[in-house]
Design a protein around this ligand. Sequence first.
Ligand code: 7TS
Length: 416
Amino acid sequence: MTAAVQPVDAPEFPVHSYRADFPVLARKVRDKPLVYLDNAATAQKPRRVLETLDEYYRGYNSNIHRGVHTLSELATEAYEAARKKIQTFINAASHQEIIFVRGTTEGINLVAQSYGRSRLGAGDEIIVSEMEHHSNIVPWQLLCEQTGALLKVIPINDAGELDMDEYKNLLGDNTRIVAVGHVSNALGTINPVAEITALAHAAGAVTVIDGAQAAPHTRLDVAALDCDFYAFSGHKLFGPTGIGVLYGKQALLDAMPPYHGGGDMIKMVTFEKTLYNDLPCKFEAGTPYIAGVIGLGAAVDYVNEIDMDRIRDYEHELLQYATLAAADVQGLKPIGTAAQKAGILSFVMDGIHPHDLGTILDHEGIAIRTGHHCAMPVMERYGIPATARASFAFYNTREEVDKLVAGLDKANNIFK
Ligand code: 7TS
């Protein structure tokens, strides 16, 4: 069954030594070693990130961009250093193009409300796809309600791939924004973002890429993608919850109105007129999540040391192994079989509701997610209420996949 797949737990990728960096992976759940396969929901945190947060709060907790005192200078330095790390991590042209937000959700809402609301009007069109997470659908629906713009949807085929011909048909003179996910959280599909962007640009539209599920699994290069906006969440990238990144091309961000008003986003305030600050501060009103930003910088350092290309290759092998193993499970039907996939195995099983599966697996110490994964249109497309989803990170192993399969076999026996 596995002969065609290269060994993944090999010296060139010492997965067990990486696992040791993540304290929570050593715990037990229901007296069994934790098998954490819910990384698409949120990833675990390496010691490096935990220690960075601890050092900040113990050693130099202070507000940024305002004090002349030592602690404030230290905090500001660390905060801005993290911005530069993320600039390099995604290959952005300038640190001013990196806006810290709460997560992917806030990043997309920022673009919709600042860029979209100031530029779109009745009859303008926004294109999303059928496989989007709700956070890349609802902000655009809100924008449509506010402006009279129209939402168009790229359909997907049975494998869970975008219908690119239909995308080309949807593009037209009225298209203003194309908002698609880089990787689908419900299907695992990797979308051809560079091609989508080139086509959007040819039609005079900008692209907003939801990178929530891509950032932890592949090397990001916004320059190569040429996308106009790119959003991702820190917590899926082994960083803290509540912090994320919105990348935007500088010329676009410069021309956009602020999203939130408050401290730090201004140069001067009078009751007659307020002058807004330069990028990136213009979009970072109020005291930000300073520890989160610094912690995210530590997470980026950590994955850089392992190397994103090696992470991608290892996960690719692991997904292949899991896909083959799942094919042998009685009654299992995969949902999402695209040619290009990242580490997500979504499936249904004959006669067993995904929630029951989730409960049975939890008794084995195995964490998966079950439900609609905030992608209800995907469920509708396949005519199912929910799927079970195992989602992998670079610290998962073949042994864990074997345990998942054993758990699924057990569920089959219970429901037989
Ligand atoms: N976009 C995609 C593709 C996602 O998978 C998620 C979260 C988001 C956006 C929103 O990210 P947030 O950090 O702003 O909440 N996806 C999931 C998931 O698949 N299970 O739990 C959260």
